[in-house]
Design a protein around this ligand. Sequence first.
Ligand code: NOJ
Ligand code: CA
Length: 682
Amino acid sequence: MGLVSRCGWTVLAMLLATAATTAMAANVRSPDGQTVVTVDVDRNGAPRYAVARNGTAVMPAGFLGMRFQSQPAFDDGFRVAGTSTSTHDATWEQPWGERRYVRDRHNELLVTFDSAQGAARTFNLRVRVFDDGFGFRYEVPQQPGYDAVNITDELTEFRLDPDATQEITAWWIPGRRWNRYEYPYLTTPLDAVHMAHTPMTVRLPGGLHLSFHEAALVDYAAYVLDHRRPGILRTSLTPWSDGIRVKTRTPFTTPWRTVQIAPSAAALLNSSLILNLNEPNVLGDVSWVEPGKYVGIWWAMHINRATWATGPKHGATTAETRRYIDFAAANGFKGVLVEGWNVGWDGDWFHNGKLFNFTQANPDFDLQAVTAYARSKGVRLVGHHETSGDVGNYEPQMPAAFALYESVGVRQVKTGYVADAGDVRRIDDNGVEVHEWHDGQFQVGHHLRVLREAAKHKISINAHEPVKDTGLRRTYPNWISREGARGQEYNAWGNPVNPPEHVAILPFTRMLAGPMDYTPGIVDLDGFSPQHRVPHTLAKELSLYVVLYSPVQMAADLPENYAKQPVAFQFIKDVPTDWDESVGVAGEIGDYVAIARRQRGSPDWFLGALTDENARSLRLKLDFLEPRARYVAEIYRDGPQADWKTRPHDLVVEKRNVTAADTLELALASSGGAAIRFKKAR
Ligand code: NOJ
Ligand code: CA
């Protein structure tokens, strides 16, 4: 009898768990059953959601809603008016990527809220729960009084245990500060977080890892996390210059608010949640989007050997570009980036965005001759549009600028928005110059205008000083990479340079959002000034090509420096940038990481492993390799004397025969690493 009633209860509980809906609450479970998101309203009719994992509360109930300038808010006085659920399991293909096939398996819950009291108001919350986390978005239907709306605040919260804010570790960069996303990551108790950009990743006391971010940021403002009361992170939308956060009309849909969940740091690396919450490709045939490696007239300026401005040290001359084209052609690189080629760099280019002309080359740069020469060598010029944040100057020039580049065979343009956060200049409808944030609704829209204009000319975009990545490469596959974190350039002139742990944090934070144009491959590690050097060993610098995913990767150093390091250069020539599969093999945030990837269209694997300032040895299972196949591993590793401060160039290359059954022991030096190519025996 007891057994029967217990079974009866279990059946009832299971029914509730799969399509669970009562008048007041609804929940939805991940396909593996581990994560449950529950949505309801509190006593005041305030919509909220909570998250449990394996029966334990992970996120206490956090409120949902938004406020408007001229309409009653969506805050309280609501009831759950209806719910529906669905399931989804499909695999889609990426034209390029860290993996070719992505499985989108989730359960969905759609909750309709309407007003139980007060004026008629209604909105829907769509929740999707995956094995690697969940996302939800607001879907606001057309309704009387809400045609045009100015959103003054979004009330979405991410809540964590308020009593554990000292025990929860957070990896984060400060939000809404002048240097955009370009801060060294902080590792602190959650307690110390004030305003943080996303992705922000936390480790709970039990070892569970959560990363907060958003997906499909279109026609809306980005948010930072505002740590209000202990454990309560509220989405703070970036405002327009007039203080409004989002200007829209009903019906509208917000981007997805996301939480990636993983039992370990390494498991976090395998998440495809952000991509799965984006819309499919809208550009059709994108065979013209070309992943690959490039070199360029770039590092020379950062280490002060050349200038962007014209004059005796001008980098972007016809002769120098030909030298780089020869170097690219001789070593198998597809692209040559040239910065400083166009009119506008002379004087204080940081503050002279108005002067940039995107179709007029400087007198010492012959665009037609250079691109004809490149074509004859099977290389393409990589275009460059630095705007200094003057979007008002750039947008009217875009059609002609992309048409010009297309006419000379350019397939990829690096854009740039160097300006302090909040200083993106535009001309408003009254002809007045106003200033916007890099991650506000204006700039979110600008990036899409660039992508659409570029796509007309079969051009891909690699944006620096961008808005954060929210997975839009799925919808616009010509958004091929971006910056959006401290990259290599800080090692040339940063104050301070990037700490050795920086690249051991990026994979678990910034890179969860998408590819980064970090520009690895500096092989002259001796230093450029007493304060400036790359704080890595040579092997670690090589490992970045695998660890930090980007479909376009720069070989960033000077040709003459590669000539001095032929052994390391061989790996840079061999490593691909497009993959069939990627696997997070091992890692702890800020300490070390190892990632393996299989080359697109090939049975060969590559692995990158790196450590922070602490030397350590890693034992890595090679079970990602094809079972029973034999591989020759070409291992580029730290030599016996290697140490990033004293002997950064000590590199050893060795060959070993391995199979998937093997475990590889890797000794990493202080701020060292390893880069491995596994060639399948054919
Ligand atoms: C900042 C970019 O990150 C860097 O790569 C570029 O060289 C300069 N802006 C100049 O455009
Ligand atoms: Ca930058």
